[in-house]
Design a protein around this ligand. Structure first.
Ligand SMILES: Cc1cc2nc3c(=O)[nH]c(=O)nc-3n(C[C@H](O)[C@H](O)[C@H](O)COP(=O)(O)OP(=O)(O)OC[C@H]3O[C@@H](n4cnc5c(N)ncnc54)[C@H](O)[C@@H]3O)c2cc1C
Length: 460
């Protein structure tokens, strides 16, 4: 039996018994069958049972609830959406772009409210999101972020902070300013995933763990085929994010990308005094030593490196979770941000995969003729977005007329990724080009004025 506590610091310290729930034992009939017990699957189950408590909902999970990215991420429950407001305006218009951001704000709050209501202690702290410029040339980026939200008239949710205002929140080496978005909360993600699983069960849902879906068949009576029997349903929900790349029917809808994190030991009061960071904002920054940071409830710093990699042929293995080179880079980068922590111990390091759609756009869609709903494609910004998926899919499946069912993700159909080896070559070319851009910026102090060829060709 796998030791699931080894998959992340969060799973190890979530306080829940990680012994798998019983698997499926033969074929069953339900109303809704959900593939995957991560945030998307669990939120969908939760909201379905809120809308119609008598529904028979089964969640089918290959490992344990929270095994995937939901139990391993940076704990940024924030309103970031993979497609920027200006790009959304360009594709879907002003109203749709604004509606997406408002729905994301609501998702951040929903996560906190449900935790409160249902008694999940996910260490939720809404201190906002703080993006730090650690060099003068990054100030233009902050201004651009602010302007994006001004374009949808939501700039009152944001503030541009100067050097001193930034230092009053957090002391980061070289920081010259920051962009604050009040719509963000720090969470302990595995506590949320494991807590949600228990809440879903309390409301009448059933979770089958250690049960792998091998295929699905759409139709009047759609089915999830598993290695332990069939789950026949009125509706099936595909909530496997990056792992949907492993199924024949969805293998070109999404690719897996890796992300890796390290975490320090709990810092001393003196170290926290030197750093500040009292509101537990989720903190990020750009460039070669950029990352996504979390001030954990037990007083550590978790640092996630922006070094996403794509495994050839979308092959997800346990080996992907461990990348000593990226771990070492993340430990070094933590000290670049906080030189006063020299000598600090790093206690854990782990990785996981998130899903990347070819056109950046998440899908939250339901086709009643096929009996198939799906929520995925968050490009590493899926904590709050998965809550939105859950609410959108629950409304679509139950026929609830709401504004959520008119969001552009509900009509979005994934653009197919190229076949291999083109796919791997393309993703690699973009990653190398981004790396070169970071080096160029650090050398010259300015960003290139035109997109690179790789960026233009692949646009992701
Ligand atoms: C290291 C890391 C850091 C991240 N940091 C952040 C962050 O700070 N903020 C943020 O917004 N986003 C972050 N993300 C992304 C975010 O975690 C994900 O987008 C989100 O958790 C996706 O949730 P999900 O339920 O859709 O997918 P997952 O959590 O991946 O869940 C999918 C589930 O499906 C199961 N499954 C897979 N295949 C099958 C099958 N065939 N049959 C049955 N079950 C199956 C898996 O075991 C898994 O439990 C991060 C991701 C990673 C990897």
């Amino acid at each position: 039996m796998k030791d699931y506590s080894t998959y992340s610091f969060w799973l190890e310290t979530c306080g829940d018994d990680l012994t798998p729930r019983p698997g499926l034992d033969g074929s069953i009939d339900v109303d809704v069958a959900i593939l995957g017990a991560g945030f998307t699957g669990l939120w969908t189950a939760y909201y379905l049972l809120q809308r119609e408590p008598s529904l028979k909902v089964a969640v089918v999970e290959a490992e344990i609830a929270g095994f995937g990215a939901s139990g391993r991420n940076g704990g940024w429950c924030f309103s970031g959406f993979p497609v920027s407001p200006l790009d959304l305006i360009g594709k879907y218009g002003f109203d749709a772009a604004r509606a997406v951001s408002l729905a994301m704000y609501e998702s951040v709050d929903q996560a906190g409210e449900v935790c409160q209501r249902e008694g999940i202690d996910a260490h939720y702290a809404k201190g906002g999101e703080l993006e730090i410029a650690r060099a003068e040339y990054d100030l233009a980026k902050l201004q651009a972020m602010y302007d994006e939200f001004r374009a949808i008239r939501l700039e009152d949710h944001n503030e541009l902070l100067d050097k001193d205002e930034t230092a009053a929140r957090i002391r980061v080496e070289g920081a010259v300013g920051s962009f604050w978005n009040k719509e963000g909360a720090a969470i302990q993600p595995a506590r949320l995933a494991r807590g949600l699983a228990r809440v879903v069960e309390r409301h009448g849902g059933t979770i089958y763990e250690q049960t792998r879906v091998t295929d699905f068949v759409p139709g009047k009576r759609p089915v999830l085929h598993t290695d332990r029997g069939d789950v026949r349903a009125k509706t099936i929900v595909l909530a496997g994010e990056a792992y949907l790349s492993q199924l024949e029917k969805t293998k070109r809808d999404i690719i897996p990308m890796t992300s890796h994190m390290v975490v320090t030991e709990p810092l001393t009061d003196g170290q926290w005094e030197a750093i500040g960071w009292k509101e537990r904002e989720v903190v990020g920054g750009f460039g070669a030593t950029g990352g996504y940071l979390n001030h954990t409830a037990d007083g550590r710093i978790a640092f996630g490196a922006y070094r996403a990699q794509y495994p050839f042929q979308s092959k997800i293995t346990n080996e992907l979770d461990r990348n000593e080179g990226i771990f070492a880079h993340a430990r070094r980068a933590t000290l670049v941000w906080f030189p006063m922590l020299r000598g600090v111990k790093f206690t854990h390091a782990w990785g996981g995969v998130f899903g990347k759609p070819r056109d950046h756009m998440p899908t939250m869609a339901y086709d009643p003729r096929l009996g198939v709903a799906a929520g995925y494609g968050y490009s590493g910004e899926g904590v709050a977005t998965a809550n939105l998926s859950g609410r959108v899919l629950a409304d679509l499946i139950t026929g609830t007329d709401s504004d959520l069912t008119k969001l552009p993700m509900t009509t979005h159909r994934p653009r197919q990724w190229e076949p291999e080896p083109l796919r791997w070559l393309g993703v690699k070319a973009v990653a190398m080009s981004r790396h070169r851009t970071n080096r160029h910026v650090e050398r010259t102090g300015s960003y290139p004025t035109k997109p690179t060829i790789a960026d233009r060709l692949w646009d992701w």
